[in-house]
Design a protein around this ligand. Structure first.
Ligand code: PXP
Length: 249
């Protein structure tokens, strides 16, 4: 059976901080953007505290925890430093992602299968603290099965490759990637995992991902922050919501 509940939209506000940090000033303020997103109907806010603090900073996370009424999905690498922060702030969810200093964004999924014993140990205190742990992974069955075994509640399937193929006009390859994502979502759901998806989603490519019945939440950032330049953040989010809901009918 597939959950029929409404598809949630998590808005990633990292790139509000990217713009702020470009000037070393206080503006634009990620919390203000998050509150606008909340008012526009976002179901949650995602923020990635990278090891190098290139966008979101520790003080942003504290401000989000204090100021939001919707859940915070705290995205981070599986390091001791981030685990300590997560256990201190106790966000609704922690999404574990791979992190390389030289990458521009999170390029691939986490290798849960290749690091299973360490990650099992890593997530245990987070789960014990009542935090929903999400693994940001590719659609490969071994990664999904390993995520279930280590005690994660959620897998977020990486849609970056699908999005790239779509943007390059490689629609046959994008369709094949979608088939693999659908199979991954089905497997994960069957194992009792909640299924999320995200990375690179836009108005043009969100429909087929939003239509996957096992997917309960999409996390979308870069495109929405860009679109906000033209139409404002609230309307940009509302338009995404319309497209997600239309795909779900
Ligand atoms: N989900 C995860 C786990 C991510 O790392 C990111 C990017 O930070 C996103 C979703 C959002 O991707 P985008 O900014 O391309 O919409």
């Amino acid at each position: 059976m597939v959950d029929s509940a409404r598809l949630r939209l998590g808005v990633n506000i990292d790139h509000v901080a990217t713009v702020r940090n470009a000037r070393g000033s206080q503006w634009p303020d990620p919390l203000r953007a998050a509150l606008l997103a909340e008012a526009a109907g976002a179901d949650g806010i995602t923020a990635h505290l990278r090891e190098d603090r290139r966008h979101i900073r520790d003080a942003d996370i504290d401000a989000l925890m204090a100021g939001l009424t919707i859940p915070l999905n705290f995205e981070c690498a599986a390091t001791a430093e981030m685990q300590a922060i997560a256990l201190r702030i106790r966000p609704h969810a922690v999404c574990l992602v791979p992190e390389k200093r030289e990458e521009r964004t999170t390029e691939g999924g986490l290798d849960v299968a290749g690091d299973e014993a360490r990650l099992a140990e890593y997530v245990a205190p987070l789960v014990a603290a009542g935090i929903r742990v999400s693994m940001f992974i590719g659609h490969q069955p071994d990664q999904i099965k390993a995520s279930a075994r280590i005690g994660a509640a959620v897998v977020e399937l990486h849609t970056g490759h699908y999005s790239e193929l779509h943007a390059e006009g490689k629609l046959v390859e994008a369709a094949a990637e979608l088939v693999a994502l659908r199979a991954g979502a089905t497997l994960a759901h069957g194992l009792g995992l909640e299924v999320h998806a995200g990375h690179g989603l836009t108005y043009e490519n969100v429909g087929p991902i939003a239509a996957l019945p096992q997917v309960r939440e999409l996390n979308i950032g870069h495109f929405l922050i860009g679109e906000a330049l033209y139409m404002g953040l609230g309307p940009a989010i509302e338009e995404m919501r319309v497209r997600m809901d239309a795909a779900r009918l």
